[in-house]
Design a binder for this molecule. Structure first.
Ligand code: LLP
Length: 403
């Protein structure tokens, strides 16, 4: 049984820190990481937590303490990882559409880098030649992922260098004697079917013989987690088995040992997170009964942006009579979290909790409507600790230049 925070614990946190508040459960992250390392015990694998999902430095420190490495998607994430104490050799920067200056900064930090455009690869070759081992982010032309907005490997995606441009890659590698140590692909998020990863490995196996200094292949992230009861979770054990079989069936022609890298984001932190909100208003209308909470897409945008389902519980009245409610926010836009969802009777000031709020929750939040970003709390060893203060009015003005 997976660990969850009880209603009682969540109510106490709401009482102590106020709402809206994001709550993360450290032991749940550890549990997810262990699932991965246990399943892949027989393969030489490394897991780089894709920290774009949740970057609070206290979370990064916890991730470091359990032995995982970290994958970054901006130079600032690299700097946060350094601040959290990760050694450069445990930090990966998988870039996308960035300025070469950022790559130069990443080189100064000494971290692993995956380059995602021919232009940056050429600049890299010119400047560093063979001196700095580097990875290439490839676009494998595979369509996968929960929906198009979170699919990144298909043939119309901006991400990576299309594999069909292999000749261009090879001529740059040759011309500048670039040390290619890693080949990367990431096909999308919420991938149910483990065969997608196998397809990706097959794409890589076709081209591996062209890179004789390769040390690893990197299959990105994208493992699906359940968002509702009986929802699907990527079968990590089956994945480990199939990755093992793929290697056995395609013996590496260079006879070199290749480590397998993954970059899980959601899988590591989605389920550790809860967003606790308070009910401001109830509105009975002909269409539905609205329960308006003190939050909105400024705090959790996934339902509106991706039509994502987030389980909601009324922790103030769990045994109340079930009725249908539409849960909405207080933003001046249509910020519907759920339409006609059955929930125990909701009253003003009740606490509604959104589950699976750890990944891409706080991280995608904003100050839209000049509202404050929520506080963040980490529960570890049974203790709840504030890890980010709720915004205050001065935060809204911090960078404004008032004439
Ligand atoms: N590696 C790379 C290069 C990525 O682009 C991503 C996610 C990951 C790893 C981690 O993927 P994950 O394991 O979290 O699925 N905001 C969206 C998800 C966007 C993912 C973008 N890239 C959402 O809330 O569903």
């Amino acid at each position: 049984m997976s660990q969850v925070l009880s209603h009682q614990q969540l109510k106490e946190i709401a009482e102590e820190f106020g709402t809206p508040v994001y709550v993360y459960h450290a032991e749940r992250i550890t549990e997810q990481y262990k699932k991965l390392t246990d399943a892949f015990a027989k393969t030489d694998t490394r897991f780089f937590y894709a920290c774009k999902a949740l970057t609070n430095v206290n979370i990064l420190k916890h991730i470091k303490s359990i032995g995982a490495s970290v994958d970054c998607s901006s130079i600032n994430e690299v700097k946060l990882a350094v601040l959290a104490g990760f050694a450069p050799s445990n930090i990966l920067y998988t870039s996308n559409g960035i300025d070469f200056a950022e790559i130069e900064e990443a080189v100064k930090e000494g971290v692993h880098i995956n380059i995602d455009s021919l232009h940056n690869l050429e600049k890299f070759g010119k400047k560093y030649g063979h001196s700095y081992p580097v990875g290439i982010r490839l676009r494998p032309n595979i369509l996968a992922g929960g929906n198009l907005k979170i699919s990144t490997g298909h043939d119309k995606s901006k991400f990576g260098i299309p594999v069909d441009q292999l000749d261009n890659i090879l001529s740059l590698v040759k011309q500048y004697d670039i040390f290619i140590r890693n080949l990367h692909i990431h096909t999308g998020s919420e991938i149910k079917d483990v065969d997608v990863f196998v397809k990706g490995i097959e794409v890589l196996f076709d081209i591996i013989p062209q890179f004789n200094e390769l040390e690893s292949i990197d299959l990105g992230g994208g493992f699906k987690v359940p968002y509702k009861k009986h929802d699907y979770e990527t079968d990590i054990h089956l994945l480990a088995q199939k990755v093992g079989e793929a290697f056995a069936n395609h013996p590496n022609p260079n006879r070199k040992h290749l480590q397998v890298w993954f970059e899980p984001g959601k899988f590591m932190v989605s389920e550790c997170g809860y967003l606790i909100t308070g009910v401001n208003v109830l509105k009975e209308t002909n269409a539905t009964v609205f329960a308006g909470v003190n939050s909105g897409f400024n705090h959790l945008i996934r339902p509106m942006f991706y039509d994502a389902y987030h389980h909601i519980e009324n922790i103030s009245n769990p045994d109340g009579e079930e009725k249908k409610y539409s849960i909405v926010g207080n933003i001046c836009e249509t910020d519907t979290f759920a339409w006609d969802r059955k929930l125990p009777e909701i009253r003003e000031n009740d606490l509604l909790v959104f589950y699976n709020a750890g990944a891409y929750g706080f991280e995608m939040s904003s100050n839209f409507n000049s509202r404050y970003k929520p506080a963040e709390v980490l529960v570890k060893d049974g203790k709840a600790q504030l890890i980010r203060k709720r915004d205050v009015f001065e935060d809204l003005l911090r960078n404004q230049v008032i004439g």
